[in-house]
Design a protein around this ligand. Structure first.
Ligand SMILES: Nc1nc2c(ncn2[C@@H]2O[C@H](COP(=O)(O)OP(=O)(O)OP(=O)(O)O)[C@@H](O)[C@H]2O)c(=O)[nH]1
Length: 395
């Protein structure tokens, strides 16, 4: 009897022990995970993963940095209710579509040049017309002269009037002008301790916010962890516009709800959140500043200096609107005096036959065009490649 009683007691004790261990395990699993509890590695989940059914992940935790007075309301956009995150179009498909669009918008230029070069006899009048066509495409005076001179002497030396041969020569000379040797890669690789930081600058209305949104999509499609900083505190709706772009691909946005808050502080907080959250890339949108307003341009320099207190700025992308032609060049020069521009984003190339501006800008600044905007759609941003650009012009 005694023996039976001890067995029953043993069984009860054993059951109680197993029960409490199980309860402990379940509770441990339910403990919410912080974004990256330890150093991030390849197995960590990607915030805002491109997977079509993912929901938004909470933005990085609070920072312990002292927030300036006018930024008391600085906040990261609260995680919105679960929503479907868009999957950006893969790079290859996007490029093929955009190439076709570029070819279409520059059709007039390509057709005019080929028609001229196909004439029975390439005489002085034809050369004059070629010159005029290139100038109208915003190639700029010096590059136009160089190209026409080079082509003339090649045609003379070869004695060829065969349109196909002349076309091939024109292609080669144009590629030389666009310069395939320039490094057009984007510096978006994370450093050991800090994210890559990309600042996007330019005058108002050129497409900065749209470019930041499109670029975030490209990076998310490449499985990068991205965070946006809305340092455009000048235009009230800009932060909202940026946060909407971010939400679409599941990327958090650091912003201030105070109108006219100090943009440098917002940029600082964004980079801080990027460091704490161990993201790969922080993209900073800035206000469209009028390049003739000295105060605003000084402010842009300050934004950069403040960011650099915590992390290197890897790219400063100057956004220029291709439809503004030579005016864009004047803007570019003023910006280059305030910050070191590392690359150009040429937007609205879909709406102009003035693709020649690419050459003029690169010549003036000595900085490569790295990206081109070819439409208002979310995936209408393409890396710039000299050869395919020229092929699109001449197709
Ligand atoms: N067709 C075309 N439109 C574009 C392109 N990029 C931007 N846009 C449009 O240009 C307009 C201005 O774009 P935003 O991104 O708001 O310009 P922003 O430079 O941020 O403007 P501010 O915030 O006022 O400084 C919007 O209507 C965009 O849809 C492009 O590559 N092609």
């Amino acid at each position: 009897m005694n023996e039976t009683l001890s067995i029953v007691i043993y069984v009860l004790v054993a059951l109680a022990v197993v029960g409490s261990v199980a309860a402990l395990l379940v509770r441990t699993r339910r403990t919410p995970k912080s974004m990256y509890p330890t150093r991030r590695d390849a197995n960590d989940p990607v915030t805002g993963s491109a997977a079509g059914t993912d929901t938004l992940e909470a933005p990085p935790g609070e920072t312990d940095v002292v927030v300036p007075d006018d930024l008391r309301d600085l906040e990261e956009t609260p995680a919105p209710p679960a929503r479907t995150i868009e999957t950006p179009e893969p790079v290859q498909g996007r490029l093929a579509r955009l190439r076709a669009r570029l070819a279409k918008s520059n059709n007039a230029l390509g057709k005019a040049l080929l028609a001229l070069l196909s004439s029975d006899k390439i005489d002085e009048d034809v050369w004059d017309e070629i010159e005029e066509t290139l100038l109208l495409a915003d190639l700029g005076t010096e590059p136009t002269m160089e190209l026409v001179d080079a082509l003339r002497s090649r045609v003379k030396v070869s004695g060829s009037q065969d349109p196909q041969e002349v076309h091939a020569m024109l292609r080669e000379e144009l590629i030389k002008l666009v310069d395939p040797t320039m490094d057009r890669s984007l510096a978006v690789e994370r450093h050991a301790e800090t994210p890559a930081v990309v600042m996007v600058v330019g005058v108002n209305g050129v497409g900065k916010t749209t470019t930041v949104g499109k670029l975030a999509r490209v990076l998310v499609a490449e499985d990068k962890d991205v965070l946006l900083g809305a340092a455009d505190t000048f235009r009230a709706a800009a932060a909202e516009q940026l946060a909407t772009w971010g939400q679409r691909v599941g990327v958090p946005t650091v912003r201030s709800d105070v109108d006219g808050a100090d943009p440098a502080s917002v940029a600082f907080e964004a980079v801080k959140a990027g460091i704490d959250g161990e993201v790969d890339v922080v993209l900073i949108d800035t206000a469209g500043r009028l390049q003739n307003k000295v105060g605003l341009m000084d402010e842009l320099g300050k934004v950069k200096r403040v960011i650099e207190k915590q992390a290197a700025v890897d790219e400063v992308l100057l956004v220029l609107d291709a439809t503004t032609g030579q005016n864009g060049l004047t803007q570019a020069k003023v910006f280059a005096e305030v910050v070191n521009i590392s690359g150009i984003v040429l937007t609205k190339l879909d709406g102009t036959a003035k693709g020649g501006i690419v050459v003029a800008i690169q010549r003036t600044l000595g900085v490569p065009v790295k990206l081109v905007g070819l439409g208002e759609g979310a995936d209408d941003l393409a890396p710039f490649e000299a050869e395919s650009f020229v092929d699109a012009l001449l197709s």
